[in-house]
Design a binder for this molecule. Structure first.
Ligand code: ADE
Ligand code: ZN
Length: 335
């Protein structure tokens, strides 16, 4: 089963590029940019990655992002992630970045997007991995600040497929951002939002109704509202679930308690994703293995996670057909 999972073609739809910054690269960038880090080695930094909830993680995550300064830094960060994708047989990935985390400390939006985009082009040309970029608004900041960020996104609409909503869910419901999402949609951008990670099921309903999202990020608290689960099944609304993240941030006590397999079997369009792999202890293959080790699953069911992700992705119908065939061929070869 481990070999099957390792070789299975995978599609990632929920990955914060700043959350793929491994301690080793963080130290290298800090040295390059003359930044002091209050840890004496990558190992001691990694040992500090013990979180009790989303906020305790976000505090450390925003601190880590401070090491990113130049276009080359963003290139190196993205390239390192794409090499991990290659190792895990990730064939397509949709990458989040948090523009305000950088613009608020004086880094140009252009510096960030150009570095990420150049690595993605090389990822396509040298590794054969297709990818898209989604810019996320930080929900602990104002809607006015999100509108300013939307303006920068529109200046780079040739590179950015959509906008998302992340950061602290508690106290910052979807409603706070309904105008900026409405405008983003008018401009032709696709939309996603984190909802029902730490926040209530109502946030999932509001993300769908008030923000008009194409996918819900996390969404695992949907089970608290049976009619919502029915609605997700009927509308085929995708959930980008992040199993190892949910354990590290104490959304579930352990992987056996995680509801992703229950949701899959009910017919919800759930997918497996790594969220912030440098902080949560694993990339795509690690997440698949963690779920499979805690729940008895068939190969067909595991492959369904990839099929769901292909269907939920922001690629052309032609490429979706090609990628689905790749998964079917892989399954057939294994049987
Ligand atoms: N930003 C990075 N990872 C996040 C998560 N899991 N939830 C909300 N915001 C985030
Ligand atoms: Zn996330």
């Amino acid at each position: 089963m481990n070999a099957f999972i390792q070789g299975l073609p995978k599609v990632e739809l929920h990955l914060h590029i700043e959350g793929s910054l491994e301690p080793e690269l963080l130290f290298e960038l800090a040295k390059r940019n003359n930044i002091d880090i209050p840890y004496d080695s990558p190992e001691t930094l990694r040992r500090a990655y013990e979180f009790e909830d989303l906020q305790s993680f976000l505090d450390i995550y925003y601190q880590g992002a401070n090491a990113l300064r130049t276009e080359q830094d963003f290139y190196d960060l993205t390239w390192a992630y794409l090499e991990r994708c290659k190792a895990d047989n990730v064939i397509h990935t949709e990458i989040f970045f948090d523009p305000q985390t950088h613009t608020d400390r004086g880094i140009d939006f252009d510096t960030v997007i150009n570095g990420i985009y150049r690595a993605m082009q090389d990822g396509h040309d040298k590794l054969g991995i297709t990818s898209q970029i989604i810019a996320c608004f930080l929900r602990h900041l104002s809607e006015e600040s999100a509108f300013e960020t939307l303006q920068s996104v529109l200046n780079h609409q040739d590179k950015i497929i959509g906008v998302g909503l992340d950061s602290s869910e508690q106290g910052h419901p979807p409603e706070k951002f309904k105008h900026v999402f409405q405008q983003a949609k008018v401009e032709g951008l696709l939309t996603v939002a984190h909802a029902g990670e730490e926040g209530p099921a109502q946030n999932i309903i509001d993300a769908i109704e008030m923000l008009g999202v194409n996918r819900v990020d996390h969404g695992v608290r949907c089970v608290e509202d049976a009619s919502l689960v029915e609605r997700l099944i009927e509308s085929k609304m995708p959930l980008t679930v992040c199993p190892l993240s949910n354990i590290k941030l104490c959304v579930f006590d352990n992987m056996a308690q995680h509801n992703i397999v229950e949701l899959l079997r009910k017919g919800v369009a759930v997918t497996i994703n790594s969220d912030d792999p440098a902080y949560f202890g694993g990339y795509m293959t690690d997440n698949f293995l963690a779920v499979s080790n805690a729940h008895s699953m068939s190969k067909q069911e595991l492959a369904q996670f990839t099929i769901n992700a292909i269907n939920a992705s922001f690629i052309s119908d032609g490429l979706k057909t090609e990628y689905r065939a790749q998964v079917e061929d892989y399954l057939t070869a294994y049987q």
